[in-house]
Design a protein around this ligand. Structure first.
Ligand SMILES: [Zn+2]
Length: 298
């Protein structure tokens, strides 16, 4: 099995060489600590492709690289960034073609796969836990809510924007949609809902019995369970991994209780939830694993 290069492009560009479902050597990070952290935010799509291409070429110097996978936050289809809420300038970019062009100029002619970053994390979890034959889903709980699925499938899969409430007052989602999972569970949405408290304070107050906060914490877990139950009713039961900075708020017992109330058909029961820590490494490995599968070289 040859090498694949995995990339995660979010606030930074992180690049690693992957072989046998594991990283080979150190992960390259751009911009490095101490450099301008806002640099990526102000780049055009072409500049971003150029920076990613440069880092991939540096990482590829010594290996025998067969394909490149790039995880990126947004709606990605057929190599095109259709929607990128956090990097608006990327919207509509034919990003795979742009990166391929940079690599080809540097002498590396290999297929490039662009995929949603949460899908990359799901593939990384599957690869590092020996679950490449299973259905793996992840919820990335951060400012927004990312949904990742392995194996990758045709479609949009914006699970974070599933409608989990019919209350028209539930309008805090970053996309502007009403009743969305992210509008309840996302960090940004929680700050809009509790203008006088930070989300950390809300969860802490709930533990000491504050009624408003403990009602919200139940609502938060019910929303997460509802999104998962919707996925179970469409895609079947299985393992869900919860990751991202806000997975620290998750009470697995509450999620299990609400799932039990929401999923009653016998063949759909038996889903499991696990909280895992976040790292660049999982997304880099997963981007590479999906790129290799897409290139059909395994
Ligand atoms: Zn939304």
């Amino acid at each position: 099995m040859g090498q694949t290069i995995g990339v995660l492009a979010t606030r930074q560009i992180a690049v690693g060489v992957v072989e046998d479902n594991a990283l080979r050597g150190p992960v390259r990070i751009f911009p490095e600590a101490g450099e301008n952290p806002e640099e990526l935010r102000t780049m055009t799509a072409d500049e971003m492709a150029e920076r990613i291409g440069e880092q991939v070429l540096l990482a590829a110097r010594e290996g025998n690289v067969g394909s490149v996978g790039v995880g990126f936050p947004g709606v990605i289809r057929n190599g095109i960034v259709e929607e990128a809420p956090n990097l608006q300038q990327m919207k509509g970019s034919a990003f795979a073609t742009a990166i391929s062009g940079v690599l080809a100029r540097g002498g590396l002619k290999v297929p490039v796969l662009i995929l949603n970053d949460a899908d990359a994390v799901a593939a990384g979890v599957a690869a590092t836990r020996g679950h490449l034959e299973k259905l793996i889903r992840i919820w990335y709980l951060g400012d927004g809510v990312g949904f990742g699925r392995y194996p990758q499938a045709e479609g949009v899969w914006e699970g974070g924007h599933m409608v989990v409430s019919l209350d028209p007052k539930e309008h805090y989602c970053g996309c502007g949609g009403v009743g969305h999972l992210e509008g309840i569970v996302g960090y940004r949405a929680m700050r809009l809902r509790f203008l006088d408290m930070e989300p950390e304070e809300v969860f802490a107050a709930a533990r000491t019995g504050d009624a408003r906060c403990s009602n919200f914490v139940k609502h938060w877990h019910r929303a997460l369970a509802a999104g998962s139950a919707n996925s179970i009713h469409l895609d079947g039961p299985g393992k869900f991994f919860l990751t991202g900075p806000n997975s620290r708020f998750v009470d697995l017992g509450l999620v299990a209780q609400y799932i039990h109330e929401m999923v009653k058909m016998t063949p759909l029961q038996g889903s499991l939830f696990e909280v895992i820590s976040t790292s660049h490494d999982l997304a880099i490995i997963g981007a590479a694993v999906n790129a290799r599968r897409a290139a059909g070289t395994e």
